[in-house]
Each structure stands twice: as C-alpha cells, then as structure tokens.
Design a protein around this ligand. Structure first.
Ligand SMILES: Cc1cc2nc3c(=O)[nH]c(=O)nc-3n(C[C@H](O)[C@H](O)[C@H](O)COP(=O)(O)OP(=O)(O)OC[C@H]3O[C@@H](n4cnc5c(N)ncnc54)[C@H](O)[C@@H]3O)c2cc1C
Ligand code: HEM
Length: 515
C-alpha cells in the first residue's frame, strides 16, 4: 500500500531527526533484536555489529529512504545491492515482520514523546512500503533460483595457498548436481560454525575465476583477516578509528579448520557487480561493457578476486560469444547473454606454476588459456562446451575483443595471488591485455616489467603521466571496475573523476557493509 501525501510529508519532516538519531535507533534495534531472538545471530554479521558497520548501513538506508520518499527510483541501485545481499543470506519474508516490530519499537525508545502517534503511523506505513518492495524483489530473485533457494552443503575439493595470506577453496556441491552459471564479478555466501561464538556466521566471497564449462565447482579465494591494528588498518585504507586486533571469524575458520573433504554451507551466486557485454551503441548500462571499447579492471589486495573472473570471462568468451547466442546464465533470470563460460584448461591457481614451468616459456608464461579457435563445440541446451583437451597455447583472436587493462596494487611481491596466471594470459593475449602492477617493495628476485611495473603505491596520476590510461580516458565508452579497501577505492574514484571520467562509468565493489 502506498503512502498518503500527508504521511509522505511526515516522513520528509523526520529527515533531520534520522540524521541526528538514526544510528542510535539502529544500534538499539540490533541490540534488542539479537538479545531477544538469539537465533538471528546466525544470520547477522557479528563483526559488523561490533564495528558499527551494519547499524550504520541501516541508518543510512532509512535516512536515504526518508529523503527520497517521493522518488524511490533514486534508491534503486542501493536497494538492489541490499536485495542481493539479503537473498544471498536467505532472508525470508516473515522476518520482515519481526525486524519491523523491533525497529519501530527502537524508534519509540529513542525518540520518546517526540514520536507522536501520527509519526509512528506514518513510519509504520513507510516501513511496510519498503519491506513489501524488498520482499517482492527478493521473491523474484528466489524464483530464478528455483532449485537453490536455501543453504546448500558444498565439499571442499581442493585448497590451494595462493600467497601467505590468501587461500583458494574449490567447492563442489555434495549432491553432485551441475552448478548454475554465474556472472563474472558475482559472489557467494559461505556459512560456517564459529566455535568461539557458539553460532554460525556467513560471509560473502567473490567467485575468483570465470564460470567453468564443467559447472562442477566454484572457486573462492579468501584472505586471512589476522586482525588489524589501527596503524595497519589505516595503511590498508580502512577508516580505522575503532578497529581492534581481533582475528576475523570466518576467514580464520576457513584457513585453519576447513580442509579438503570438509563441508561448508553455500548460497547461490549473487551480486550486482558483474560485467556482461552489450551491443548498445551509445549509453553505458550498469553492468555492461562494449566489446569495442576499453575495459579497465583496477584492484588492490584481495580485491583482485572478482577481477580474475571478469578478466578470464572476457578473454574466454569474447570470441565464443557470437557462437553461443542465447547461452544465458540461469541465475537472476537474466535475459542477457552471460559472459563467463571459461574453457581454460589451467585453473589459474598456484599449481598452474608447474604447468607454466614445463611449457618451456621462461619469464612470462604460455600455459593453455584459450579455447581452440574454431573448434569449440558448444551445446546451448546442455550447457556444455567441449574444447579439445589438447588446446594448448591457443590465442583467441577476435575482432570484437575489448582492450583490457588489468591494474593491480600490492603491498609486496609476497602478496600477489594469481601472478603467473595473469602473466600467462598477457603472454597469450598481447594485443588484448595490458597488465600493470604497482608494488612499492618488490623482492630482489622480482623482475621489473614482468613481475612489477611501478615501485610505488598505486595512483591514477602515475598511470596518466606514463600515458597508460590514454586510450581508456580518450574513449567515452570505456568502463572501469574497481575493488579494494575503501580508501583505495575512494582514491581511484577521485582520480578518475579528476581525469574526466563520469561516475556511472566507474563501478565499485565494497567488501564491507553498505555503500
Ligand atoms: C561482495 C563481497 C565480496 C567479498 N569477496 C571477498 C573475497 O573474494 N575474498 C576475501 O578474502 N574476502 C571477501 N569479502 C570479505 C569477506 O566477506 C569477509 O568480510 C572477510 O573474509 C572477513 O571476514 P571474517 O569473518 O574473517 O572477519 P570478521 O570477523 O568479519 O572481521 C572483519 C574485520 O573486522 C575487525 N573487527 C572485529 N571486531 C571488531 C570490532 N569490535 N571493532 C572493530 N573492528 C572489528 C576484525 O579484526 C577484522 O579485521 C567480500 C565481501 C563482500 C561483501
Ligand atoms: C525494510 C527492511 C530492511 C532494510 C531497510 C534493510 C537494510 C539493509 C542494509 C542497508 C544492509 C547492508 C547491505 C550491504 O552491506 O550492502 C542490510 C544487510 C543485511 N540485512 Fe537487511 N534490511 C531490512 C530487512 C532485513 C530483514 C527482515 C532481515 C532478516 C533478518 C535482514 C537481514 C540482513 C542481513 C543478514 C544483512 C547482512 C548483515 C551484515 O553483513 O551484517 N534485513 N540490510
């Protein structure tokens, strides 16, 4: 039911109140909710409660909602992100009732007599208007996931140490059924029991490679959160005033206690940060790139994970795409063609190093990375692609392939995952892919020009100075995908903005809570 105009006026009049008291309200709401319904501790992120991120995100969303009550379309990107997160955690319609009850009660507790009955009525109606919108959108997402709409047990079939801090987990469903496709850049949620808390916790992890044609496992790559000191957090670009040195719950359980053969709970692929090709001539759609325009992938630290999937997907499917008309992913019910079917014969993980060494190419690499041009057999109904198993050293030559600039910022040579795989891709796609690595402290063994490009921290200015962004900056159809610590992403955004790139051509993924 939509709001009356007088209710809308009341909601607008509460904007300053929400600005002042919103966070107090949401903090109290979560405190009461989680104390009185402890089973919800499994659902909400305990660290985001402790560090205030989740109460902050909810307060932000209520304030933005009140501000835009006349034009909810302005919130659609934000709400879509929340819908995806909710759906990836299997938030249920009936939970909106309890959340609404505790939220409105917290408003009453904080505002006291100032919450006059007509204001409470207006906020009750406003809450339910928003809740119903979200329930409907989430129902739509679940309906596209008809065969996968609750936590599903997955076995760890492989565990690979990519760096001292980052480990990849290959996850296969215990039911052995084929997995749905996903879009490059999307994430899954992984839920594990956390012994120290005595309840379970879920976290999101980007799928760190393009969807495989075999569809039998997903790969995530998890950074161990050792626990940040204030100084380390600041250096990492976090807003670190209240960061404490407690190790992260889920990443440490995965690193230390989950081994090959163990089972974790997994949700379906989700998220709005993905890319797919468009033939649209003029406007740049939200997740799309145009194959005839440059794509710039910029990451720092573990923010490299969605970029790996995007990169592989673009290289793998740019040529295949035309041949696979209508080869759509099953998730999210997209009508769009899905980029991301990847017939790589190497996994692009640390083990690929061995293959690289034996390939005879020293320095950079030449392990197989492509489908055999012209020989892929693709069955659109059965979702199978069968490149020759011998398809080694094959370069995709495609006139529609985008120019891709993969830019990564690392702290040191010890911290770059997937480097051999990236070098291999660059070697096999020299015309299509440029690789730039910022590394302020390369190891003595690391080779300039191969293992690192700049012995300094990342900056857009440096790229501009060396002309490395020229083709992207000169092209109004170029798009930029960015993922890394918050401070890093803010720097990239500012840098691109001052270089004249419009905001809508820069897409970011936030590994924290909220916007
Ligand atoms: C869309 C998305 C994709 C993601 N993809 C990846 C990925 O591919 N790889 C990856 O490694 N991560 C990824 N993440 C991050 C991941 O979901 C987790 O947030 C991360 O693994 C940390 O979880 P944790 O349970 O180990 O740490 P948490 O327990 O959640 O703790 C997180 C941090 O908060 C600090 N903290 C704890 N308590 C407090 C407190 N009281 N006050 C202040 N600070 C505190 C901890 O010290 C720690 O550094 C992604 C997140 C999102 C949203
Ligand atoms: C109108 C009602 C609601 C609003 C406005 C809302 C808003 C939000 C926002 C803004 C986020 C942060 C999203 C992000 O990190 O990107 C979020 C996350 C989340 N919400 Fe909701 N939400 C609502 C209802 C619910 C309900 C009913 C549940 C179920 C119990 C729920 C469970 C969660 C969970 C589990 C998360 C992730 C938590 C975390 O990472 O700490 N929400 N929600």
């Amino acid at each position: 039911m939509s709001l009356t105009s007088s209710q809308k006026s009341i909601i607008k009049a509460t904007v300053p109140v929400l600005a002042e008291h919103g966070l107090t309200i949401t903090k109290l709401f979560y405190k009461n909710l989680l104390r009185e319904i402890p089973s919800l501790n499994d659902v909400f992120n305990t660290a985001n409660q402790a560090n205030g991120a989740q109460p902050g995100a909810l307060a932000y969303s209520l304030h933005a909602y009140a501000q835009n009550i006349d034009d909810l379309a302005a919130l659609s990107a934000f709400v879509a992100r929340v819908n995806q997160k909710h759906a990836s955690l299997y938030v249920r319609p009936e939970q909106y009732e309890v959340v609404g009850r505790y939220l409105l009660a917290a408003m009453g507790n904080v505002l006291g007599d100032a919450l006059a009955p007509e204001i409470l009525d207006a906020w009750t109606a406003a809450y339910w208007q928003l809740a119903n919108l979200m329930i409907a959108r989430e129902a739509e997402i679940y309906s596209h996931e008809a065969t996968w709409s609750d936590w599903r047990p997955f076995r760890i079939v492989r565990k690979v140490h990519e760096t001292a801090e980052i480990t990849s987990f290959y996850l296969a469903p215990t039911d052995g059924k084929r997995l749905p496709m996903y879009r490059p850049g999307q994430y899954i949620s992984v839920q594990v029991d956390v012994e120290s808390l005595k309840y379970s916790q879920a976290r999101q992890y980007s799928l760190s490679r393009a969807a495989r044609v075999e569809g039998d496992s997903y790969r995530i790559s998890v950074k161990r959160e050792k626990g940040l000191s204030v100084a380390a957090a600041k250096a990492d670009g976090h807003n670190a005033e209240d960061i404490q040195a407690r190790p992260g719950y889920v990443s440490n359980v995965l690193h230390d206690h989950k081994h090959v053969g163990d089972v974790v709970q997994v949700s379906h692929p989700a998220g709005e940060f993905y890319l797919e090709p468009t033939s649209g001539a003029s406007d740049v759609e939200s997740a799309s790139y145009r194959p005839d325009h440059p794509v710039v992938l910029i990451s720092a630290g573990v923010g490299i994970t969605p970029m790996m999937a995007m990169l592989e997907a673009m290289l793998c499917t740019s040529a295949a795409q035309e041949r696979v008309d209508g080869y759509a992913g099953t998730n999210n019910g997209s009508k769009a063609k899905t980029v991301g079917t990847c017939p790589f014969t190497s996994d692009g993980d640390a083990n690929a190093n061995e293959a690289l060494k034996t390939s005879g190419y020293t320095g950079s690499t030449s392990v197989s990375t492509g489908l055999q041009n012209g020989h892929a057999s693709i069955h659109t109904n059965g979702h199978t692609v069968s490149p020759s198993p011998q398809s080694k050293n094959v370069t995709i030559s495609s006139t529609t392939a985008p120019k891709i600039h993969f830019i990564h910022a690392t702290r040191s040579s010890l911290h770059i995952p997937f480097l051999p795989h990236l070098q291999s891709l660059q070697h096999s796609h020299p015309a299509q892919l440029r690789l730039t690595i910022f590394n302020p402290s390369p190891s003595p063994m690391a080779q300039e020009g191969l293992d690192w490009s700049f012995r300094e921290r990342f900056s857009i200015k440096r790229l501009q100075k060396d002309g490395l962004l020229d083709s992207a900056l000169e092209d109004e159809g170029s798009v930029y995908f960015v993922c890394g610590p918050e401070g890093f992403m803010a720097d990239v955004r500012r840098g691109l903005e001052s270089a004249g790139v419009e905001r809508e051509r820069v897409r970011v993924e936030n590994f924290g809570a909220g916007v």
